[in-house]
Design a protein around this ligand. Structure first.
Ligand SMILES: Cc1cc2nc3c(=O)[nH]c(=O)nc-3n(C[C@H](O)[C@H](O)[C@H](O)COP(=O)(O)OP(=O)(O)OC[C@H]3O[C@@H](n4cnc5c(N)ncnc54)[C@H](O)[C@@H]3O)c2cc1C
Ligand code: FES
Length: 370
């Protein structure tokens, strides 16, 4: 989620891309390099902080997972980083099986966790990241430092041990290249560091110390938060209490931390009941309008129902965090379970996350093209 000027939304299309490299970052994290052919260069242009969704089939199940781009814009390639989630289907497969030469279906870049970077800017950006949350921050830090010579970037990066630190060398290189403009602060929860504030869990107390001794919130122009749900919430609350306006805080969640949400949002098998009580969902996608009915008792999401008649309906996380499934509610009423992707003004304007929205009225009409 971001508070800066939103990038224009693009149709969430998949294209097959070739993997040209798989680099080991840590024991359980890899960087994956995709080749972008000239004819797809425009489709795969991106802003730092955006992500792509990958689609594959594992054990006959179609999986889609989102991964943030870690590179600053580079002609002819795009890089992402995947950290193995213990017990996770896609990330475990990727770490064990993804090799150079393979092709993968990749969705064109999406997301609003970004900012506009200007050559003339004199800004101070601060990022707080944990674990794989560093991925979009790498792209942001690299872009800010390279494109805005008058701006500074401060990073607080939390991990368990030094061995878990993704992009350890790349971060050190950035520090060497921009010693006066890049402040790099590792916090390790299970290793002692020279200063007590950088050792142990990044909790409320530690954040307070960092916000008094290391970072003066009044001298920061924009904040970027990315990591586990609890850490992002803690940082948002602490920054709010420190008087930081919400408009200066950007955050990205990889999950909502609510197991079970994803399964219920998409892919659930719902059988239409011709004789029972049904709700009607009308939706427009790419200029074509379709109608699907859903049993009232199934409490199905708009996305789940729409996929029954149009498999190309856009979605990625199915968990209310990425915003790919956004549509405008034209008619009727819905309830939305989770929303970690839409800005308040988008909600005000009638946009919904279809992966989280259940019809409440007898009929609803949504427009994916709006
Ligand atoms: C916008 C966005 C950007 C992202 N960027 C990145 C990134 O840059 N790098 C990155 O590594 N990740 C990123 N993610 C997260 C990524 O999309 C995946 O969610 C992550 O890799 C886990 O996927 P998986 O298929 O491996 O795990 P899943 O199979 O989806 O499982 C997720 C977790 O649930 C647990 N689980 C699943 N099923 C069960 C069950 N039945 N019982 C108990 N536990 C269960 C698993 O153990 C695992 O810990 C991003 C997510 C979003 C939304
Ligand atoms: S698919 Fe990610 S928010 Fe709905």
């Amino acid at each position: 989620m971001t508070t800066t000027t939103l990038p224009a939304r693009r149709r969430a299309l998949f294209h097959p891309l070739t993997v040209t490299g798989v680099n080991r970052l840590t024991e359980d994290a890899i960087e994956v390099v995709f080749e972008i052919p000239d004819e797809l260069a425009e489709d795969f242009s991106y802003l730092p902080g955006q992500y792509v969704a990958l689609r594959t089939t594992i054990e006959e199940e179609e999986l889609r997972r989102s991964y943030s781009i870690c590179s600053a814009q580079t002609a002819g390639e795009l890089r992402i980083a995947i950290k193995k989630d213990f017990g996770g289907l896609f990330s475990t497969w990727a770490l064990e099986s993804l090799t150079a030469g393979m092709q993968m279906n990749v969705m064109i870049p999406q997301g609003t966790f970004t900012t506009t970077i200007d050559l003339a800017d004199q800004k101070h950006y601060v990022a707080i990241a944990a674990g794989s949350g560093i991925t979009p921050i790498m792209a942001l830090a690299r872009s800010v430092l390279a494109k805005s010579p008058g701006s500074r970037f401060t990073l607080v990066y939390a991990n368990r041990t030094a061995q878990d630190v993704m992009f350890l060398e790349e971060l050190a290189d950035l520090k060497d290249r921009y010693p006066a403009r890049f402040s790099l602060n590792h916090v390790l929860s299970r290793e002692a560091r020279s200063a007590a504030v950088f050792s142990g869990r990044l909790d409320h107390e530690k954040l307070q110390i960092l916000l008094t001794e290391l970072i003066r919130p009044s001298q920061v122009d924009e904040w970027f938060l990315c990591g586990p749900f609890e850490l992002v919430q803690l940082c948002r609350d602490t920054l709010k209490a420190a008087g930081v306006p919400q408009t200066e805080i950007n955050f990205e969640l990889f999950t909502t931390g609510h197991p079970g949400t994803v399964e219920g949002s998409r892919g659930r098998r719902v059988v239409e009941d011709p004789g029972g009580a049904n709700q009607r969902i009308t939706f427009t996608l790419d200029g074509r309008t379709a109608l699907v009915t859903t049993p009232v008792n199934a409490r199905e999401t708009v996305l789940n129902a729409a996929l029954r008649v149009r498999p190309d309906v856009p979605f990625a996380c199915a968990g209310g965090v990425c915003g790919t499934c956004r549509a405008k509610l034209i008619d009727g009423e819905v309830t939305m379970d989770e929303n970690w992707a839409l800005e308040p003004d988008e909600v005000e304007a009638g946009y919904i996350l279809t992966c989280q929205s259940h019809p409440v009225s007898d009929a609803v009409t949504v427009d994916y093209d709006a």
